[in-house]
Ligand binder design. Structure first.
Ligand code: KIV
Ligand code: NA
Length: 271
């Protein structure tokens, strides 16, 4: 099937729901692509779900480039979006362009940055450099210190207005889509109606052009997941049970079986 481009994503607005999921490496990029998702987000959530960090703040460009390159080697049909980590795009426009450019050189086909109206200059500069940009508003985890934690957004009127304004500014600046995280569903609905680019929601209700989930939440790798995520599998159980079985078979001498080993010529090189 034909490679999905930024143009294809834009055309899906109002016609077909956009399915985005995170992946951080070659094997899972292969699997989620085979499942037919539209966008693979190489999220900085990697810091938490893959590296065991307490937040996304410590995630570096080097970490992200390694993940992006690993995903890109799977040659997915889905659009690959590389998440810009904290401090890779805030300090200066020049740094932002260089770092986003490195994402593309590693195989990303677009980048995502957190922030609304305050990031307009950065979005414009990236687009000018030929780098497609996905926005990210509402709950922006890289700013959890400023926001007072991972809290619901857009319940109060002043916050709702700011988030709607953020979306409009990002659209004007040239973002090709906007992630809306943990924001009141009616506010996400209004944004989806008011902007011409697709909205992709997480924890912001059903009235968006698409949805995104963190792969490890969906697969049930961890016991705890955010309130807005859904477990579609219990991979934690499957992994633990499989490794337990392996350990038991090693300890009981059941594994390896005869088909798993060979002999030298001394024994006539028996198969
Ligand atoms: O890093 C990530 O996984 C994300 C999504 C939750 C949107 O930014
Ligand atoms: Na992220």
């Amino acid at each position: 099937m034909k490679k999905i481009t930024v143009k294809d994503i834009l055309k899906m607005k109002g016609k077909k729901k956009i399915v985005m999921i995170t992946a951080y490496d070659y094997p899972f990029a292969k699997l989620v692509d085979e499942a037919g998702v539209d966008i693979i987000l190489v999220g900085d959530s990697a810091g938490m779900v893959v590296h065991g960090l307490p937040s996304t703040i410590p995630v570096t460009m080097d970490m992200m480039l390694t993940h992006v390159a690993s995903v890109a080697r799977a040659k997915p049909r889905a659009l690959i979006v590389g998440d810009m980590p904290f401090l890779s795009y805030e300090a200066s426009i020049e740094e932002a362009v260089r770092n986003a450019g490195l994402m593309l050189k590693s195989g990303a086909e677009a980048v995502k940055i957190e922030g609304g109206s305050e990031m307009v200059d950065v979005v414009k500069a990236l687009v000018r450099a030929g780098i497609p940009v996905m926005g990210h508003i509402g709950l922006t985890p890289q700013r959890y210190l400023l926001l007072g934690g991972y809290r619901r957004r857009g319940v109060k009127e002043y916050e709702a207005e700011k988030i709607i304004e953020d979306a409009k500014e990002l659209e004007k600046a040239g973002a090709f889509s906007i992630v809306i995280e943990f924001t009141a569903a009616d506010i996400a609905e209004e944004i989806t109606r008011e902007v011409s680019v697709p909205t992709i929601c997480i924890g912001s209700g059903p009235y968006c052009d698409g949805q995104v989930l963190v792969l490890h939440d969906l697969l049930g790798i961890y016991e705890e997941i955010p309130p807005f995520a859904k477990k579609y599998a219990d991979l934690r159980r499957i992994v633990i049970d499989s490794v337990k079985k392996y350990a038991e078979e090693v300890r009981n001498g059941v594994f390896p079986e005869r088909k798993h080993y060979f002999f030298s010529k001394r024994r006539g090189a028996e198969k």
